[in-house]
Design a protein around this ligand. Structure first.
Ligand code: RUB
Length: 334
């Protein structure tokens, strides 16, 4: 195979995901589906189908290398590439049309799922509720806005979410709908929790045991909520459930640049200082009251059942090739 040339627009999407100009698990997944579609449409060689499949594999690899934690990304890529491989296409044109169709299908599914979560989740919000949310989750924001539109009087505490301040995005989105929002520093969560009725956060990955991986600080919030007997809800579309965790794979927690925490000057002045910047953490299932999916509300302990229903075929493939790790599987696929 000659050198694979990936279109500029696709490389740009990958760079935007990496630099967090496109961020949030749902948006990342839709951007990846969109990138595969652009890659297919921009393929010019049109000679050899095997070469085309290899080209799509390279695009998939590039997308998967951007951020490691949100499983929505590999799930979106797999939604397209695995069906493409199983479809046994005869011509490149057929393969391109299939990718375009699957990409549109995934993007539409994702948007509708977030809307459904908004409706289902809003039923859990009562008039007068004080809600605390962390980071910026479109699924969590959708719930809050739906409840507000139903005329429920609610008050929201949004954490700033250091170091990248996604809380500002949440506050802006809620304010534009007329929701009463108060920004608080992340460190004020336990202090404020006495005044909170419900915590609602999003998810980057839900593991088979119901543990939720979300923005760093989520597990501290869960601890404070449990202590204060405040209910903790997680809003997560089913493509945020990780099939690899069924066979015991661990979710990789992204560590980002120290420069998101301190300046270059500071590092020069203090060459021996060590800085860590983990972007996500894991909240155990015992700290979560319910996960709100587009199919309904489930206890975290039912995550395994969602995975079997939605990803049974992928999981079966893992078991069939039991001597390969899921990582090797992914690498082989992509
Ligand atoms: C975003 C984050 C969000 C989830 C869910 O982290 O942790 O809570 O991705 O978001 P980052 P959504 O800003 O580092 O991407 O509900 O929009 O998918």
């Amino acid at each position: 195979m000659g050198k694979v040339v990936i279109p500029f627009e696709v490389v740009k999407i990958a760079e935007d995901i990496k630099a967090m100009r496109i961020r949030g698990a749902g948006r990342i997944a839709r951007a990846a589906a969109q990138a595969l579609k652009i890659a297919a449409e921009k393929y010019v060689e049109k000679k050899d189908l095997t070469e085309f499949i290899k080209y799509i594999d390279e695009v998939a690899k590039l997308l998967l290398s951007t951020r490691p934690t949100a499983v929505s990304l590999p799930n979106a890529v797999m939604y397209i590439t695995s069906r493409l491989k199983r479809a046994k296409m005869k011509t490149i044109d057929e393969a391109i049309s299939l990718i375009v169709k699957l990409s549109n299908e995934f993007i539409e599914y994702s948007k509708v799922a977030t809307e459904k979560i908004g409706i289902i989740g809003s039923r859990r919000i009562q008039n007068g509720d004080v809600i605390l949310t962390h980071c910026n989750s479109s699924a969590a924001v959708s719930i809050i806005i739906n409840a507000h539109k139903q005329g429920k009087k609610i008050k929201v505490y949004a954490t700033e979410t250091r170091p990248k301040f996604q809380g500002y995005i949440t506050a802006k989105a809620l304010l534009s709908e007329g929701v009463d929002v108060t920004l608080i520093p992340d460190s004020a969560v336990r202090y404020i929790m006495k005044k909170v009725d419900k915590v609602i956060v999003g998810a980057d990955t839900v593991a088979a045991n119901g543990a939720v991986v979300n923005k760093i600080g989520t597990s501290n919030i869960a601890l404070a909520a449990k202590e204060a007997r405040v209910r903790m809800f997680v809003a997560a579309e089913t493509y945020k459930f990780s099939p690899a965790t069924v066979i015991g794979e661990l979710v990789q927690i992204e560590e980002r640049s120290p420069l998101e925490i301190v300046s270059e000057e500071y590092l020069k002045e203090h060459p021996n200082v060590k800085v860590r910047n983990p972007a996500f953490d894991v909240t155990p299932p015992e700290y979560i009251d319910a996960i709100i999916t587009e199919e309904g509300l489930i206890p975290p302990q039912a995550a395994f059942l969602v995975l079997i229903e939605k990803y049974g075929w992928v999981i079966q493939d893992y078991f069939m090739k039991e001597f390969k790790t899921v990582k090797e599987e992914y690498e082989e696929w992509y």
